[in-house]
Design a protein around this ligand. Structure first.
Ligand code: UDP
Ligand code: MG
Length: 318
């Protein structure tokens, strides 16, 4: 019998987690020939998520969990889950049923056809504001152009992967993780399936627009140095333009003498160059910051409790 691990990052999901497991169990029960196991990763939730997980793990013996010492973010939670997985196929999915387990059979079918990965993309972005939609479209276009990462518009983390692909994903052990990029970067054959997005039933989304913006910047800077090259090219262009301008001014001065001082020209030049320099330093800083964080080689997450190693963690809890 083939095995499937379901990696589920959970952050403040006390309201919906049980519902998620019960709903997913229904789907699992209808798929013969595969044995499913949950790997619930409690990402330092501030509510009672951990207690819910413990309760569920007591109820169902195919529930494994890892609980972090604090909130490390969804990327870290996914990594931890993948690291602990051992099944033939591994699924990464959210705990809020926005990633419907109902498409497991479709995913398994693709895997049996020989695909290494069956990933999902949303085809409709209902409930998304115009601004947000335009922003994410721009992001997908830009990152596909600038990086080795090729994702279709609306690509999501929700996917099923082979053991081999998961092992490759784990080899990219950088601390600043951008999974959508990593999943694409490792290559392998991916089948894309789409489904209509549904609204979160219980709990609230943990994303703000500011974090989406950070996500977009990371998506590009983690996989490409194109922005650095952009600043260099801009610098070169401005250098050439200013050489021409200096030449013209020199000739003018030599032949016609000093004309009226150009207040506007000076102001424009100072502001333009100042802005450009600031921006370039910012882009540079973005990369230096990443280098700095990576050189520390800190762990991606820290486990507080887990039922993977049953021996030493159960008794200390309270
Ligand atoms: N999540 C997490 N750590 C975080 C934020 C979110 O593990 O710091 C989990 C969350 O519990 C959920 C998934 O990541 O299972 C996606 O979160 P959410 O539904 O808030 O994001 P959205 O669906 O709005 O993209
Ligand atoms: Mg969600």
């Amino acid at each position: 019998m083939k095995t499937v691990d379901l990696v589920v990052p959970c952050y403040n999901e006390e309201e919906g987690l049980e519902h998620f497991v019960l709903e997913t169990n229904k789907v699992i029960a209808s798929i013969p020939g595969y044995s499913f196991r949950y790997i619930l990763v409690n990402d330092g939730s501030k509510d009672k998520t951990y207690l819910v997980i413990k309760k569920l793990a007591g109820q169902f013996d195919n529930i494994k969990y890892i609980s972090f010492s604090r909130n490390f973010g969804k990327e870290a939670a996914m990594y931890a889950g993948l690291e602990h997985s051992s099944a033939d196929y591994v699924v990464v999915m959210d705990a809020d049923l926005q990633h419907p387990p109902q498409i497991f059979p479709k995913m398994l079918e693709a895997m049996e056809q020989g695909y290494d990965c069956c990933a999902t993309k949303r085809d409709e972005r209902e409930g998304e504001s115009f601004f947000r939609g335009a922003f994410s479209k721009l992001f997908f276009k830009l990152s596909n152009k600038l990086t080795d990462v090729k994702n279709p518009y609306g690509a999501m983390d929700y996917r099923m992967m082979t053991r081999q692909m998961v092992n490759s994903v784990l080899e990219l052990s950088e601390v600043q993780r951008f999974s959508k990029g990593i999943f694409s970067w490792v290559g392998f054959n991916t089948k894309w399936v789409s489904f209509k997005t549904v609204d979160r039933e219980l709990g609230t989304t943990k994303w703000k627009f500011s974090s989406l913006f950070k996500y977009a910047i990371d998506g590009i800077t983690c996989f490409s140095v194109a922005p650095l090259r952009f600043t260099a090219v801009m610098g070169a262009i401005i250098f050439v333009i200013s050489l021409i301008y200096i030449l013209i001014t020199l000739i003018q001065t030599l032949f016609f003498g000093i004309t009226t001082p150009g207040y506007v020209t000076t102001l424009c030049a100072v502001l333009f160059l100042g802005g450009l320099t600031e921006m370039s330093i910012g882009i540079l800083g973005e990369y230096i910051g990443k280098i700095y964080m990576e050189t520390k080689e800190r762990p991606i997450y820290i486990t507080k409790f887990s039922n993977f190693a049953e021996e030493n963690n159960q008794e200390k809890e309270n």
